[in-house]
Design a protein around this ligand. Structure first.
Ligand SMILES: [Zn+2]
Length: 105
């Protein structure tokens, strides 16, 4: 195996050679790049700045399973879905306990 130092892997087409800069390299999806040949620099755009990441509430949305369970309760409570009498009463009470903007009562 050849042991070459890390270098910029950008192909400079006009000069028909690789950049091969050795300093201030950073890894990008296309490979190691020097500051002059980052994907953003090649597109003439400013480098993206590190941000705070995803908002803290990103994972607090109800899961589809719990949402479908609520829809199921509403269907049972409305009588559109067949259920035992005690299941119907329980669902009706649960739906009444969780009013939404669509409720007109
Ligand atoms: Zn370069």
């Amino acid at each position: 195996m050849t042991d070459t130092p890390p270098e910029c892997t950008h192909w400079i087409g006009a000069e028909r050679r690789y950049c091969r800069a050795l300093e201030r390299l950073r890894p990008y999806l296309p490979g190691l790049r020097c500051p002059a040949h980052t994907p953003a620099a090649l597109q003439g755009r400013p480098e993206p700045v590190p941000g705070p990441g995803w908002p803290a509430t990103a994972w607090t949305t109800p899961s589809p399973q719990s949402a479908s369970a609520l829809f199921d309760q509403r269907a049972i409570a409305s009588g559109k879905r067949r259920a035992a009498a005690h299941t119907y009463r329980t669902a009706r009470d649960a739906v009444r306990a969780t009013p939404t903007r669509t409720d007109t009562q």
